[in-house]
Ligand binder design. Structure first.
Ligand code: FES
Ligand SMILES: [Fe+2]
Length: 443
């Protein structure tokens, strides 16, 4: 393990060099940058489109609006899933207008063209009034790549892209033991926000803000720099392992009383918390032992395959370019920002939470409180600041978005000054420079 300036630890197996490109403000504010991303970034990456649970029957449809695009994923008669651009080949009208739909045929609301679930045109008005005769059977909805992993459906505009599982590397293998396939999406909220999508990407690529923006986490996540491990993979994804079920070592929680939140979790696993007075740091090992002993009888079938780290720690995976998967032992969070159709100063923020099915469990604790353990118990779209929470921790992250965007618009801002532990931000922007600008700029 490399322990470098400030004590941040970069895994020697998963470190990547950076050049030191200046991270200037224009990437957050300019329409030219936005167009560069639209033309050269977004058409070549895999996008998480939805969850397989919304595609039970042939003809079930998920719509995913992304920037100026809209994509539909459609369950096929053979059990597979196909994706199409949500645009009628006749004169371009959008076909599906809701987030989910279900129909044997996709019918355009303008002139009534009808398409089979496999995208084939099967009915038009006045079929013989077209040059070359009836277009039915000859015209198709324009397809995209569509593949699945775990409970998720992904799409990609690049027909030559690497297969999804290759693109996701190393996560299919690193997350396999959690058994995500049958996890249930309970919570799916989103909001329109007044900042560029990369503001929150940067936030997810560092833990430097935890003590200042999320001070409450310090009682049960050790955000101390020397205990946090960063990994950066060649393909642009990166990860951060944070020690969980342990208070921070930045403050002296370890010689006195066990912090209340940590104590509650430990007590729920049958641990006598009073025995750990002055030994708070040792509770993590006690929780691992208790989960190993009691997990199966409490219905956590996945614990058996999980490592000790996975039973208690937080694995924060940031995937190139805009998807975050945060794994805690009993919760999978999807966090991401997507570009606004036209305004570089706006984005859409999305937050989903999935939970393992546990026999007898009726409710789960979500970022907005207890909710029934069932598919999409809470689905909501709003705008940031409308009074609806996007999750306690997410609200805290988003709270800096608007003011950071405002500051980046100032001619007084000369480019980011990053600490060593923020290296993943540097790497993210250098990859972005390569893709969007084509050539590395001089720093
Ligand atoms: S635009 Fe769809 S039928 Fe005319
Ligand atoms: Fe945060």
């Amino acid at each position: 393990m490399n322990i470098e300036a400030g004590g941040a630890r970069y895994s020697p197996d998963f470190d990547q060099p950076v050049r030191g490109d200046t991270i200037t403000a224009d990437r957050y504010t300019s329409s030219a940058w936005m167009k560069g991303e639209h033309d050269r970034l977004w058409p070549h990456v895999w996008h998480l489109g939805g969850v397989i649970a919304d595609l039970e029957e042939p003809g079930d449809v998920i719509r995913h609006n992304f920037g100026r695009e809209s994509i539909i994923m459609v369950k096929q008669d053979d059990g597979g899933v196909k994706a199409f651009y949500n645009a009628c080949p006749h004169r371009g009208n959008r076909l599906i207008l809701g987030d989910v739909a279900s129909s044997d045929r996709i019918i355009c609301s303008y002139h009534g063209w009808q398409f089979d679930t496999d995208g084939t045109l099967v009915h038009v008005q006045d079929p013989h009034d077209f040059p070359g005769g009836d277009p039915c059977g000859r015209v198709q909805l324009k397809p995209l790549r569509c593949e699945t992993w775990g409970p998720f459906v992904f799409w990609n505009m690049d027909m030559d892209a690497a297969p999804l599982l290759d693109w996701l590397d190393p996560y299919p293998q690193r997350l396999e033991a959690y058994g995500l396939e049958n996890w249930i999406r309970v919570f799916a909220v989103s909001a329109d926000c007044d900042f560029n999508w990369k503001i929150i990407r940067d936030n997810f690529n560092e833990s430097y803000h935890l003590p200042t923006i999320h001070p409450e986490l310090s009682t049960f996540i050790n955000d101390g720099l020397p205990t946090t491990v960063f990994e950066m993979y060649e393909n642009g994804h990166n990860a951060m392992w944070m020690v969980g079920h342990q208070a921070t070592t930045r403050q002296d929680f370890h010689s006195g009383e066990v912090p209340e939140t940590l104590g509650q979790v430990a007590a729920a696993w049958g641990i006598r918390v009073e025995d750990y007075h002055g030994r708070t740091g040792e509770l993590r090992a006690a929780v691992i032992a208790a989960k190993r002993k009691l997990g199966k009888e409490r219905g956590y079938a996945n614990y058996e395959r999980m490592s000790d780290q996975q039973l208690v720690d937080y694995f924060h995976c940031t995937l190139w370019p805009n998807l975050t998967i945060t794994m805690s032992p009993e919760q999978c969070q999807i966090l991401r920002t997507e570009p606004h159709p036209t305004d570089p100063g706006k984005c859409v923020f999305q937050h989903w939470c999935l939970y393992p099915p546990v026999a007898g469990m009726k409710e789960v604790e979500t970022p907005v409180g207890m909710l029934p353990l069932r598919h999409d118990a809470l689905v909501r779209h709003g705008y940031y600041g409308d009074g609806n929470s996007l999750g306690f921790v997410a609200d805290q992250d988003l709270s800096i978005g608007t003011t950071q965007q405002q500051g980046l618009n100032s001619r007084g801002f000369d480019g980011c000054i990053l600490s060593h532990q923020e290296k993943r931000i540097q790497r993210f922007h250098e990859l972005l420079n390569d893709v969007v600008l084509g050539t590395p700029p001089q720093g």
